[in-house]
Design a binder for this molecule. Structure first.
Ligand code: NAD
Length: 370
């Protein structure tokens, strides 16, 4: 079979869907076509792909393959390069109905990897986790860069410098990595989440958990989430959380927010009033900015100074760690491919398979998921 890896064209997208490591494995059994320059922004030259067994070609040649591996959803021009029946695998935005409809019209069999269920068998294909882990790490480094003080406590001949106080809102994959990274830099950390099991994870990393008690059975039930993800909490709980966060934010030097609710706008956790109450020179990094932001003052793609607080709204921080983000993503994709290629190296899409069912967003010109 022919497997194509085009260059990503979306502004700011630096990652690539295959690396020499994964190409080598694929090229043992298939013809692999990598678009010239596809890996450059992730520090992978064409030569490295060629040495791993790929043919270096044009965009037309890469998109002309039976299976196309992408990072982001194709735009109209890219869709037009794919023949009806092409199998497309990537982070294709399963909640974007227009995009899915366009891919269905193009006759693509499209797999949105973000929709892979979080079951044990699918862990090695979990792109949300592999990329969120990197984003959480980079969020702390971006915050440290913007912050005008030290992160660790320092005792010097010129006096003592206090450790930075970091507040992490939303402790999923990104939040846990943010705690671990801030800890390594010597910060003092507090964290908040709706899901009760997170408390133990936060404490095991040496951070303090901000407890917002559940006052009703309904609150307790919703906080359990579904499928490992959070659900939107009732307004009363959110109000109590906001009050607590407001008090803790006054003391914080850096806030990193990562809270998401799948398929919905991100919950507002740091209000303008809270930003106003923060210390001058504090930093907020809003990882949820693409989903509307956990802070209403964050602006997509910008770092803004509001009420004396730097608010970083850079989307997709994993793209700033392009080489490792690509390496992990490419392994996720390779593991996913094993699901749809049979032992005779032919395409076999088992529509009854739980992972395929959840991630196949369109096929045979029909939309399978809205
Ligand atoms: P996510 O990116 O959807 O959300 C980030 C965090 O925000 C979550 O922890 C969520 O609970 C939190 N959040 C939502 N609303 C909030 C609010 N109002 N206040 C504070 N926090 C709020 O989540 P994620 O990181 O992709 O994953 C969440 C969890 O799923 C992980 O921590 C992990 O336990 C689980 N998971 C399981 C598997 C698996 O079993 N294979 C794989 C990956 C993740």
């Amino acid at each position: 079979m022919r497997i194509g890896i085009p260059a990503e064209t979306r502004p700011g997208e630096t990652r690539v869907a295959a690396t020499p490591e994964t190409v080598k494995k694929l090229a043992a059994k298939h013809q692999v076509v990598v678009q010239s320059g596809a890996g450059l922004q992730a520090s992978i030259p064409d030569d490295a792909y060629a040495a791993a067994g790929a043919q270096i070609g044009s965009a037309q040649e890469a998109y002309g393959c039976a299976i196309v591996l992408k990072v982001r959803a194709p735009d109209a021009g890219e869709r037009a390069l794919m023949a009806s029946g092409t199998v497309l695998i990537g982070m294709l935005n399963p909640f974007d109905a227009d995009n899915i409809a366009a891919m269905a019209t193009a006759g693509l069999s499209a797999f949105a990897l973000e929709a892979v269920p979080r079951i044990t068998r699918a862990q090695s294909m979990d792109v949300l986790s592999s990329q969120a882990n990197i984003a959480g790490y980079k969020a702390v480094l971006v915050a440290a860069n913007t912050y005008q003080r030290f992160m660790p406590m320092l005792m010097t001949a010129a006096g003592t410098v206090k450790a930075a106080r970091v507040l992490i809102m939303g402790v999923g994959v990104a939040g846990l990595q943010a705690i671990a990274t801030a800890k390594r830099l010597g910060a003092v950390i507090e964290a908040s989440d709706v899901r009760p099991p997170v408390k133990e994870q936060v404490e095991s990393l040496g951070a303090k958990f901000l407890d917002v008690p559940f006052l009703t059975d309904e609150e307790k039930e919703i906080a359990k989430g579904s499928g490992g993800y959070a659900r939107a909490m009732p307004a009363d709980w959110m109000r109590r959380q906001a009050e607590l966060v407001h008090e803790r934010a006054k003391l914080a030097d850096i806030i990193i927010t990562t809270a998401l609710i799948p398929g919905r706008a991100a919950p507002v956790l740091i209000s303008e009033e809270t930003v106003k109450a923060m210390k001058p020179g504090s930093v907020i990094v809003d990882l949820a900015v693409e989903q509307g932001g956990n802070c209403p003052l964050s602006e997509l793609g910008k770092t803004v100074l509001k009420h004396g607080v730097y608010i970083v709204g850079e989307p997709n921080l994993a793209t700033l760690v392009a080489a490792d983000a690509s390496a992990l993503y490419a392994r996720n994709v390779l593991d996913f491919l094993k699901l749809i290629i049979d032992k005779d190296d032919q395409l076999l899409i088992d529509r009854e398979d739980e992972i395929i069912k959840a991630s196949l967003v369109c096929a045979d010109s029909a939309i399978l998921r809205k």
